[in-house]
Write a protein that binds this ligand. Structure first.
Ligand code: ZN
Length: 346
């Protein structure tokens, strides 16, 4: 691993000199030297060139640097699993001294999936131990044929509110966030080496916690949609940057990684369960009255409260939005089906 990353650092110099991230060009220039100097096998040398070129292409003005124990991506030519899934699981891996067999331990949740390991595997070194990160193909359930929609409004104060009125509150996450925020600003003001270390640690902790929450919420929503034979409807926020109708604060919220992650989790879990996901235009979902359809900025009194200027309908603002999202989903469903199926469209 150390030889591999040292080789990457040397290849990076060539990328910068040549102003090139082309694997083909760089390979012609460095391949033989790298193999000789670092003792890498042919395939490992090619992986090192690929890793460096990909990193260089992100920003062509700087030379990428590689940590001593940075990850290595292996493919089937240089890494194979043996004895899967039940017997003594082992991995055969190309090292500086040729192929070597190592015993491995397989995580419980992964045990039933080893036959579906697909393509590349990352070798990672963390706190004195080596890990292999493999991706695998998952079977997908037969798609359901939905007869209703579950609208989901994603947010920051409330992680998610669905059109049946269920709310996934952010209180716990928010508490954790505020606490770490306070601790963080304290550590930042100290600015010593150990406080920097602590800072790094808590940022990881917060992220893991939020990821857990996102797994739970997405799983629950997808199961609920499947049980009630619904499509899941989400706002399509891919063009959110270009929209002026979304307020600045809201935009920042919607661009946060946690928000994006939850949406991705819902989409992939829905796919596995055969639940269709419908993406709708997010314009006006939060300012349209779900009762009379009146659209007005003033309908939204504050973050939590919705009061229609026209008909006086009062609602929780996120719940109102979730119901609008559901309606838009039902309309899309209606256009993709024969009319007899559309009795539920409002
Ligand atoms: Zn109204």
């Amino acid at each position: 691993m150390e030889a591999f990353n040292a080789a990457c650092n040397e290849i990076a110099e060539t990328c910068l000199q040549q102003q090139s991230g082309s694997k083909f060009n760089i390979q012609k220039l460095v391949y033989h030297d790298i193999r000789k100097k670092y003792g890498l096998s042919a395939q490992l040398a090619i992986r090192a060139i690929a890793k460096t070129c990909e990193a260089y292409k992100i920003n062509k003005n700087t030379k990428p640097t590689f940590k001593k124990h940075g990850s290595i991506t292996y493919d089937q030519r240089i890494l194979t699993f043996k004895g899967l899934p039940l017997q003594k699981p082992q991995v055969s891996i190309t090292t500086l001294e040729g192929r070597k067999l190592f015993n491995i331990e397989i995580r419980e949740y992964f045990a039933g999936r080893t036959e579906r390991i697909n393509g590349q595997v990352d070798l990672i070194y963390k706190k004195g131990e080596f890990y292999l990160y493999a991706t695998c193909d998952m079977p997908e359930d037969t798609p359901i044929s939905p007869d209703d929609c579950l609208g989901v409004d994603l947010g920051v104060k409330q992680i998610a509110v669905d059109s049946s009125g269920e709310t996934f509150s952010n209180n716990k996450v928010e508490d954790c966030r505020v606490k770490t925020l306070k601790l963080r600003s304290k550590l930042q003001s100290v600015g010593t080496k150990s406080s920097k270390k602590k800072l790094k640690k808590i940022s990881g902790k917060e992220a893991r916690f939020r990821t857990d929450v996102n797994h739970c919420v997405s799983k629950h929503l997808v199961e609920k949609a499947k049980d009630t034979n619904c499509s899941i409807v989400l706002e399509d926020l891919t063009n959110i940057n270009k929209r002026t109708t979304v307020r600045k604060k809201q935009r920042a919220e919607r661009l946060s990684w946690a928000f994006y992650q939850l949406k991705q989790f819902i989409i992939y879990k829905a796919k596995l369960k055969g639940v269709p996901v419908v993406l709708i235009d997010p314009r006006n979902t939060s300012r349209t009255c779900n009762s009379c359809g009146h659209v007005d900025k003033k309908n939204r009194k504050n973050q939590a409260e919705f009061v229609c200027e026209k008909c006086g309908h009062k609602d929780n603002a996120d719940f109102n939005a979730a119901k609008n999202i559901r309606n838009l989903g039902l309309h899309q469903l209606a256009y993709s089906r024969p009319l007899s199926d559309c009795s539920k469209v409002a």
